[in-house]
Design a protein around this ligand. Structure first.
Ligand code: SF4
Ligand code: SF4
Length: 207
């Protein structure tokens, strides 16, 4: 094979597409995208996105690994499913977006301080502890995520809403000292650990 042909083959060989196919939920669908732009036009967040799904899929195929995995766009997906129902190639776009976000997070490449990512992490930590979301602890974690002083400012700014919720019996201050939980929290944690182990094995995740 001539040097020119070898270079052409090297350019065509796309490791990042393979990586996405092997490690990202439903990543094997990315190569089916025909770049029609329907998903980009259907997404309610539209122009607010740094990279639309269409653009992300094009970048994956072009091998733009860092640009894709550090993008904040996957974290903006609201799971409205508009794109999925309209994609002429039936790509599971929403699942791929969340799969990319999860993969970037596990590689520690996801953008730090991205608000929806922070909410997702705090929500999951709260939920996974007891199997039930503790609204009071979750709200406090949100208020104090940027430090103690900011947390006090946030709590004071929201005190009217908090007191209103307590009065309407929608928020129980006693939740701070334990709160409701599922019957077998130990079993729940084992189940989550097992699910992660199975997922890692399935996707050959080694990091
Ligand atoms: S609608 Fe489907 S085929 Fe069209 S650009 Fe989006 S993902 Fe690709
Ligand atoms: S599911 Fe996500 S990517 Fe698809 S249209 Fe809705 S917000 Fe956009």
């Amino acid at each position: 094979m001539s040097d020119h042909n070898q270079q052409a083959v090297a350019r065509y060989h796309n490791d990042f597409l393979k990586e996405v196919e092997n490690h990202v939920e439903d990543g094997e669908w990315v190569k089916m995208c025909m770049q029609c732009g329907v998903c980009a036009g259907s997404c309610p967040l539209g122009d607010a996105w740094q990279h639309t799904p269409q653009k992300l899929f094009m970048m994956i195929r072009a091998g733009k690994r860092e640009e894709v995995l550090t993008s904040d766009s996957m974290w903006m997906c609201t799971s409205c499913y508009n794109c999925i129902v309209r994609c002429p190639r039936k790509l599971p776009i929403t699942h791929i977006m969340h799969g990319l976000a999860s993969y970037a997070h596990r590689l520690n490449l996801a953008p730090k301080g991205q608000p929806t990512r922070e909410i997702a992490i705090l929500f999951w930590k709260n939920l996974a502890k007891t199997g039930r979301v503790n609204e009071l602890k979750f709200s406090l974690a949100m208020y104090f995520k940027d430090g103690f002083v900011q947390g006090i400012k946030n709590a004071l700014a929201m005190q009217g809403v908090g007191l209103g919720l307590v009065k309407a019996k929608r928020l129980n201050p006693m939740e701070l000292f334990g709160g409701h939980k599922c019957k077998d929290t130990g079993g729940l944690r084992k189940m989550i650990a097992k699910a992660r182990e199975i997922e890692d094995r399935k996707k050959g995740f080694t990091q």
